[in-house]
Design a protein around this ligand. Structure first.
Ligand code: ZN
Ligand code: FE
Length: 255
């Protein structure tokens, strides 16, 4: 049975996710902006938290980890490279490692760009990719530590995953991302349609996550830096993909 996936809004615009193995009962949370909403979601469903999986060290992703560990005794997993600036880890992992959640496994994917130690968790059997602040719905994280080349490499690895993969990202920035995306590709019909869906979801108070890799490939300008029509629109025909990505990231920063 595939993992159950629960989206939990936290703080002003963060998301965390519960992944629950219906066979064995193991339950993981992806980042903990705040412990209270996670504990409430667990209690609602009668689930016991077994794992806390951290994508990166920023406070809005780890601020609730210690409280949740104390409350649940869950095992904390994060990047060995960021051991010095993460909450205390029970399991320090490196890209390529495989972790288990009940009857499922997740591969640790390197996801530098937003921060250099950023990792993602890929549950291939259930088709779930937990990206934190690397790939986001219609966007990507700002380059606080890594280079454009690193983030383009991260996004390219994700782009190669199956199209139906659900992308669980860390923030509800999607409406603003859509406005920017439309400024890059005003004629993209898939983007126009997705933008309308996003407005409807937000008006109804629904999250815009998770989205699929296929949706992102069709509409997310940061994943589309390699496409000739996007390069031409930026007067960058023939430029290297990562240079085009870097330009789109600069444009978004100034948008
Ligand atoms: Zn962050
Ligand atoms: Fe964040």
């Amino acid at each position: 049975m595939p993992l159950d996936l629960v989206v939990i809004p936290c703080l002003s615009d963060n998301y965390t996710y519960l992944l629950h193995d219906p066979d064995g009962g193991a339950t993981a949370v992806i980042d903990v902006p705040d412990a209270a909403p996670v504990e409430a979601a667990l209690a609602n469903r009668g689930w016991t938290l077994t794992d806390i999986l951290i994508t990166h060290h920023h406070h809005d992703h780890v601020g609730g980890v210690e409280a949740l560990r104390k409350a649940t005794g869950a095992r904390v997993t994060g990047a060995a490279a960021d051991d010095h600036r993460l909450p205390q880890l029970d399991h320090a992992v490196v890209p390529g490692d495989v972790i288990t959640l009940g009857s499922e496994t997740a591969e640790i994917l390197d996801a530098p760009g937003h921060t250099v130690g950023h990792i993602a968790y890929y549950f291939s059997a259930s088709g779930i990719l937990c990206t934190g602040d690397s790939l986001m719905a219609l966007g990507c994280g700002r380059l606080f530590e890594g280079t454009a080349e690193q983030m383009w490499g991260t996004l390219s690895r994700f782009a190669a995953l199956p199209g139906e993969t659900r992308v669980c990202s860390g923030h509800e920035y999607t409406q603003a991302n859509a406005r920017f995306a439309l400024s890059v590709e005003p004629e993209n019909a898939d983007l126009q349609a997705r933008s309308r869906d996003i407005d409807a979801a937000r008006a109804a108070g629904r999250p815009t996550v998770p989205a699929t890799i296929a949706e992102e490939l069709a509409t997310n300008p940061f994943l589309r830096a390699s496409i000739p029509s996007v390069k031409r629109a930026l007067q960058m025909a023939g430029a290297p993909d990562s240079d085009v990505f870097a330009q789109i990231r600069r444009m978004k920063d100034a948008f």
